[in-house]
Design a protein around this ligand. Structure first.
Ligand code: KG4
Ligand code: ZN
Length: 349
């Protein structure tokens, strides 16, 4: 079985073909970074227009790269939310048109489910597992019990962790996009020069908070001579910020691991996913935590942590295998929490 996946929910136009034996036949990602750079952030109208300009050719390129024909495809999956609605509409409408013309099943995929199931594509792991989902719009600890069955142990009470990276990059004038810029600066910096808070650390539960950390960075910058960060201070602050984030994520994840193992005796898989999971320092700290707790640490390669269409094709494939397809009346959703997903019907007795 081969599924075409389409991803257009933010600033990447992407198409991918994935087979049910976990082979990624092609994974084409077109970044819009240069189009948004002058604004230091994603402009929704520019994003939607750019998706529309490129999606057709990108899909043809995906078929070419995979050396596939339309007749080889068994289903079409597209991100149907959450995300910037203009972009989501472009991808979902394209998918509906192809499915209609080719008489193929359509799967409307939740973008977060794409991130959540990527570890099953890359590592073939079984359910259940504990997931730390860290992206530009989300920061959650989630139990993944099956396709469509997600239960949050906790989430952020204010900013998402990727958002905190992006805002910190802006405060430190490190450029856009923020996450990779902070990571590069942090590698040059000294994490001990500035003392930043560890919001929520040591408290019971699995919730996160990042707005205080961002404010602490702002105060630290304001206290510098000239109220702006010189390159060395920017590097040191980036390093201190990254370290604080890594420690907070590990502190909250440790609580989630204890709860997970209470609920699932023998449960020993800890997965990280989403754009921030591309960060090498955060990967290292959470990997050590998992090892110390006797859990296997599974994280997809960086290019499958940030937005891509292989994860959408794979989530579509997982749903298709269970007979979970969607109608052409499926409406794009700007908001769509992971734990609101319908569980698949119970198998017939
Ligand atoms: O999953 P993703 O590509 O898109 C969303 O679904 O949001 O995540 C994007 C987020 C951005 O906030 C970006 O700054 C962050 O992931 N990010 C990183 C790194 N690469 C991307 N954060 C820290 N370190 C990185 N290397
Ligand atoms: Zn994402």
């Amino acid at each position: 079985m081969i599924v075409l996946g389409i991803e257009t929910s933010c600033d990447e136009t992407a198409a991918s073909l994935v087979a049910d034996d976990r082979r990624i036949l092609c994974d084409v990602v077109l970044s819009q970074i240069e189009e948004h750079r002058p604004y230091q952030g994603v402009v929704p109208e520019i994003a939607a227009r750019s998706h529309l300009d490129h999606i057709d050719r990108l899909i043809v390129r995906a078929l070419d790269e995979a050396q596939c024909d339309w007749d080889d495809i068994d289903g079409i999956a597209a991100t149907a939310g959450p995300g910037l609605i203009g972009g989501v509409l472009v991808g979902l409408t394209t998918a509906k048109a192809i499915a209609m013309v080719r008489n193929l099943p359509l799967v409307a995929v939740n973008h977060l489910e794409g991130h959540a199931l990527t570890a099953r594509l890359t590592d073939g792991i079984a359910f259940p597992y504990l997931l730390l989902l860290v992206s530009g719009g989300h920061c959650q600890l989630v139990v993944v019990e099956g396709v469509g069955t997600y239960r949050a142990y906790g989430g952020t009470v204010d900013d998402a962790v990727g958002e905190a990276f992006d805002k910190t990059a802006a405060l430190l004038r490190l450029g856009y996009p923020g996450g990779p810029a902070v990571e590069a600066a942090a590698m040059r910096g000294d994490p001990t020069r500035f003392a930043l808070p560890r919001p929520m650390a040591g408290r019971p539960g699995c919730d996160f908070s990042f707005s205080g950390l961002k404010t602490a960075v702002r105060h630290a910058v304001a206290a510098l001579p000239g109220s702006a960060a010189d390159p060395d201070s920017a590097d040191d602050l980036a390093a201190a910020f990254e370290e604080a984030v890594a420690e907070v994520l590990a502190d909250r994840a440790a609580n989630a691991m204890a709860r997970f193992r209470d609920e699932f005796p023998g449960g020993d898989q800890f997965v990280m996913a989403g754009g921030v999971a591309a960060n090498a320092r955060i990967r290292a700290v959470l990997s050590s935590l998992a090892t110390a707790q006797g859990m296997a640490f599974i994280v997809p390669p960086a290019e499958l942590c940030t937005d891509n269409a292989a994860m959408i094709a794979w989530a579509g494939l997982e749903r298709l295998r269970l007979g979970l397809t969607d109608g052409f009346d499926f409406a794009a959703r700007p908001r769509w929490p992971l734990d609101a997903l319908a569980a698949p019907p119970a198998p017939a007795p």
